[in-house]
Design a protein. Structure first.
Length: 276
């Protein structure tokens, strides 16, 4: 009895070796595209649904110009030094605006039902580039309330800084541009959040597909069977369905990949073949 041997080069291939080429990655993505899209759509739907369930917040802003009254002994400083001094003073004023003192004064004037701590969380102030202008912003679920609060903060600020004085003179705050009623909410943004979630979902889906491929121990091709078994593949056993009456009955469970079987044949002295 003779058995046909596979080439030695195939037999020397390590069984536990695993590597992925670009073609393998493309194949895995094509085979598991449904899983990848399902993960991406599920994550996107959850993020968009969560965004829509949140309360819409509107933001109104007003612009304040910081100035300084000249003291009696201030002399006559040139314009450049005065502008540079106001630019250096603007960051200090932003901290004064975003403070508990201004929050309490605004709450009292508008009779708001909010704590100073929560008020400060929705209030922000920032210097406009390197200028004496300060932009005051306030967020609220109500567009009208956001406008009223932003304008009121600018109105109560001069009284809060009236006692602040430096060598050049007292500080002044003038409303340069009043706030208007915002038309569109600034948060949440379902479209932006959904796009980010879609991208992350696709990345996570591809990663999950690669992980499942790494954990899959089934044979992927006849060549891999030959490498593992060290013998050539002569035939394949396909999966098929049998008719039972007027309906089809599936025999066995369909595997994601086909299993391959090597059939070795030997010749008897009388010329008959025997399958092993």
């Amino acid at each position: 009895m003779t058995i046909k041997q596979a080439p030695s080069a195939l037999a020397d291939t390590p069984e536990d070796g695993y590597g992925l080429s670009l073609a393998d990655v493309v194949r895995i993505i094509r085979e598991r595209v449904v899983l990848i899209l399902l993960v991406a759509l599920l994550l996107t739907g959850c993020v968009v649904g969560f965004s829509l369930a949140q309360t819409s917040m509107y933001e109104a802003s007003t612009t304040i110009l910081i100035g300084q009254e000249e003291g009696k002994n201030a002399g006559d400083p040139n314009l450049q030094s005065k502008v540079e001094g106001l630019q250096a003073l603007a960051p200090v004023m932003t901290e004064a605006i975003d403070s508990r003192r201004v929050a309490e004064a605004t709450i009292r004037r508008l009779n708001l039902r909010v704590t100073p701590a929560n008020f400060v969380k929705n209030l922000s102030a920032e210097q406009v580039s390197d200028t004496p202008f300060i932009k005051v912003k306030y967020k609220s679920p109500s567009p009208g309330e956001a406008q009223n609060v932003a304008n009121t903060v600018a109105e109560v600020l001069p009284d809060q800084i009236a006692n602040m004085d430096v060598s050049a003179g007292p500080i002044t705050a003038t409303v340069w541009e009043r706030a208007v009623v915002p038309s569109d909410p600034v948060s949440p943004s379902p479209l932006r959040n959904g796009f980010v979630a879609l991208v992350l979902g696709l990345v996570f889906g591809v990663g999950l597909a690669l992980l499942l491929e790494y954990l899959d121990e089934s044979w992927r091709s006849p060549q891999e069977v030959e490498q593992v078994a060290g013998v050539p593949t002569y035939a394949l056993i396909p999966h098929y369905e049998l008719r039972s009456g007027d309906s089809f009955r599936r025999r066995g469970r369909a595997l994601r990949r086909e299993r391959y079987l090597s059939i070795f044949r030997s010749e008897r002295p009388n010329g008959q073949e025997e399958e092993r």
